[in-house]
Design a protein around this ligand. Sequence first.
Ligand code: FPP
Length: 230
Amino acid sequence: MVKLPKHIAIVMDGNGRWAKERGLVRMRGHKEGANAARRIINYCVEKKISSLTLWAFGIENWGRPRLEVRYLMELFYRALNNNLKAINQNKIKLQVIGRRDNLEPKLISIINKVENATRDNSGLKLNIAFNYSGKWDVLNATRQIVRANIDPDAIDENMFRSFLSLPDQVDPDLFIRTSGELRLSNFLLWQLAYTEFYFTETYWPDFDETGLEKAISEFNSRDRRFGRVK
Ligand code: FPP
């Protein structure tokens, strides 16, 4: 029997190259990327996967052309604003992780609205990393710990983890990056310490249920020892 991962984390890479190969603007790649995200979310709901974390915008992505940054912000706004009903119908609990204070008020307000409206849902925990980076997460936790005047000797892994993003979810057991890039690029750093990594050449807009099943099948063949011997 196939063992399903409890938590899948994905770097949805290759939207720009997908578009370029078709002579289209990069934005078209992101639009198709959003459709691919919808397919994968539906699959995870159907298979009763516990958590799915998708990286939609990294802190370093602010360095992209202004028009593209605007487009990604707007795409995310619309994805949340237009799908709240469907998210609830599917019992999805949606959370956004990342820095929030420097986002546009309109975006902050829809994020808060969707998080509040779905907080008691019992189905898929869908985490969207937006304006996120792994180093930011660790620094943000450290700042909170210092502000709380916590005794340095009381800081252990469990307590540190409780200040990071997604403290109440199991760490990802499967990490997927599409488009052939073999990097972590400052995604979840702490949370991926013992995660199984899977890379595929497929560009994100072409990634589908079959691609995910292939990743899950490969995950099943891994011998997870967590630093111990069997
Ligand atoms: C990486 O491709 C993709 C992004 C930086 C944006 C990801 C966003 C989406 C898939 C759509 C929004 C998702 C949701 C959930 C609303 P790239 O632009 O780096 O591609 P390239 O490496 O080929 O240039």
